[in-house]
Design a protein around this ligand. Structure first.
Ligand code: HSE
Length: 306
């Protein structure tokens, strides 16, 4: 194989209660990328559309991941990479993770599937360090494995795929303001009271159990975040109003997507997810802030060839 075109999904990290430990992939929103083998052994980013990102491979998330993988594999080829971004960096929808994971997946295909998904996640995490300074796995693991993932442990890395009920649909509003993950991490508390921690890990257990059993009420009851949401929601205009309107429209639960500003809701069925979309629209339409709305099923495959 000398060339591959791939789709790499947008992802919702944290999923309310699972800060840095849970994520899921969207089916119908993501980036496209083209990778062509070259003889020069260099990694060249020849095209970027849809975002203002660095072309120098060593400063570009995709470039860094590709360079590291080719070096590790002692590959006898280089790469020409074209990147087509369909959603913006700083959206809270895993833009850098889509680039990193898409690259990890694509380069692995060009290397005849040398690496496991766990190894690909580790390569993609190096891209996250380039993007935001932290080796976070929640977005990249979701984009590689697809569906819901749990980062059970970071060192050593342990990723658990969680079943996705097919009726689960995400609604996302992306207010067009930029929040850098790096900045949103600075407002996080360095310690939390035991009582808060108990609530948080109990909800992670509830969410995982609800996903396994397709118990939508339990999923909804567990979409609670007492750690990041209280300190981050102030960065997102109208967060409380969007949350209240979404729940009223039938959403199982609503929370901040990753480090924001996007807000996600999960619903049972496409009809309810569309009602939630209308409810979010009603909150934002006169806000003076541009916004984009998405309704998407959960991707069960993650990054894939197209
Ligand atoms: N879990 C991260 C955060 C999301 O909330 O800061 C970005 O990967």
């Amino acid at each position: 194989m000398n060339e591959i075109t791939i789709f790499s999904p947008a992802t919702v990290a944290n999923v309310s209660c699972g800060f840095d430990a849970m994520g899921f992939a969207l089916e119908s929103l993501g980036d496209e990328m083209i990778f062509k083998k070259t003889e020069s052994k260099e990694v060249v980013i020849s095209k970027i559309e849809g975002a203002n990102l660095p072309f120098e491979a060593c400063n570009n998330v995709a470039g860094v991941v590709a360079q590291n993988m080719l070096k590790d594999a002692n590959a006898d080829f280089g790469l020409d990479i074209q990147i087509f971004k369909n959603f913006k960096p700083g959206s809270g929808l895993g833009s850098s993770a889509a680039s990193a994971s898409g690259t990890a997946y694509a380069v692995n295909e060009l290397l005849s599937k040398k690496y496991s998904n766990l190894e690909l996640t580790k390569f993609a995490m190096q891209g996250e360090v380039t993007a935001c300074g932290s080796a976070i796995a929640d977005n990249v693991a979701a984009a590689i494995y697809g569906g819901f993932v749990l980062i059970r442990n970071y060192e050593p890395l342990d990723i658990v795929s969680i079943p996705t009920p097919s009726e689960l649909v995400a609604t996302v509003i992306h207010p067009q303001i930029e929040i850098k993950t790096e900045d949103a991490r600075k407002v996080m508390p360095s310690e939390i009271p035991l009582k808060t921690a108990i609530g948080q890990w109990a909800n992670v257990g509830g969410l995982i159990s609800g996903l396994h059993a397709s118990d939508f009420d339990l999923i909804g009851r567990s979409l609670v975040d007492n750690v990041a949401e209280p300190v981050r929601k102030g960065l997102i205009p109208h967060f409380d109003a969007v949350k209240e309107a979404s729940i009223k429209a039938g959403a199982l639960g609503t929370g901040i997507s990753g480090s924001g500003p996007s807000i996600f809701a999960l619903s049972e069925g496409i009809e309810t997810a569309n009602k939630v979309k209308e409810a979010m629209h009603a909150v934002y339409k006169d806000s003076g802030i541009d916004f984009t709305l998405y309704v998407s099923r959960i991707s069960t495959t993650g990054a894939r060839a197209i």
